[in-house]
Design a binder for this molecule. Structure first.
Ligand SMILES: Nc1nc2c(ncn2[C@@H]2O[C@H](COP(=O)(O)OP(=O)(O)O)[C@@H](O)[C@H]2O)c(=O)[nH]1
Ligand SMILES: [Mg+2]
Length: 246
């Protein structure tokens, strides 16, 4: 048996046990201090509410791999501090982000009124194809609501961002913003608008994709090969929770 056959066997074995991602995507989570960014991320990565949340100092990193259709996507998640004094530090992490989860607190009108500023920063510094998902957090506190769903939905449409409400406490809709963002980015890749091989795109091919490129000298993603595609991919996105989304 040739050495390359052993290599092929070993690779197959590894792929059975190791989950290789097809893509890596950089996300930033931004918005006013106290909006619930860290709790939202914590629920997404740990499937539980973060008790005794403390102010984020500067920037914190976490990651989670999700599956959309046949694609495995490793999300690299940068949680930023909302306080003004950390602004210059946190802004340096915006560079080249593919996705932004922009969070406000539905019970705090000020956190909604400041959204334009956060969005402008993210658009100025993130990837040119930045996908933004606006999240109205704390939907469990309906009685204290200060921002109506319709008003936020209108703002989102005017500013060309996706929108939904979520609760990091109950877990309602906590996965949806991250999946919605990934789906939009994948569709940009599929349409040829976003090239993962381009620096600053905020997306790169993961090991699984590279392995396929190396072994067959071509991408075997079907349609997910940027502008070179022929067919089209269908992404099934199961949205957990019953919250509204547009
Ligand atoms: N009721 C409720 N409280 C939340 C929710 N998300 C966060 N909180 C609370 O809001 C406060 C700020 O949360 P944190 O995640 O630290 O906000 P950040 O500054 O945006 O990261 C904390 O006291 C959390 O317990 C939520 O969905 N519902
Ligand atoms: Mg925080």
């Amino acid at each position: 048996m040739a050495i390359s056959d052993y290599d092929a066997d070993a690779t197959e074995l590894l792929e059975t046990y190791v989950v290789w991602p097809d893509f890596l995507m950089k996300y930033i989570v931004i918005g006013e201090a106290g909006a619930g960014k860290s709790c939202l991320l914590h629920h997404f990565t740990h499937n539980s509410f973060k008790e005794h949340a403390q102010h984020t100092i500067g920037v914190e990193f976490s990651s989670r791999t999700v599956k959309l259709g046949e694609k495995r996507i490793k999300l690299q998640l940068w949680d930023t501090a909302g306080q003004e004094r950390f602004r210059s530090v946190t802004r340096s992490y915006y560079r080249g982000a593919a996705g932004a989860i922009l969070v406000y607190d539905i019970t705090n009108r000020a956190s909604f009124l400041n959204l334009s500023r956060w969005l402008a920063d993210a658009r100025a510094l993130g990837s040119p194809n930045l996908v933004v998902v606006l999240v109205g957090n704390k939907s469990d506190r309906e009685d204290d609501r200060q921002v109506e769903w319709a008003e936020a939905s209108k703002w989102a449409a005017e500013n060309d961002v996706h929108f939904l409400e979520a609760s990091s406490l109950s877990g309602d809709n906590v996965e949806a913003p991250f999946l919605l963002c990934a789906r939009s980015i994948l569709l940009s890749i599929e349409s040829g608008a976003l090239d993962p091989e381009k620096a600053g795109s905020g997306v790169s091919y993961g090991d699984r994709a590279l392995r396929r490129v190396n072994s067959s000298s071509r991408l075997s993603f079907g349609s997910l090969s940027g502008g070179r595609r022929k067919g089209s991919v269908r992404l099934k996105l199961p949205f957990p929770g019953s919250g509204r989304c547009c």
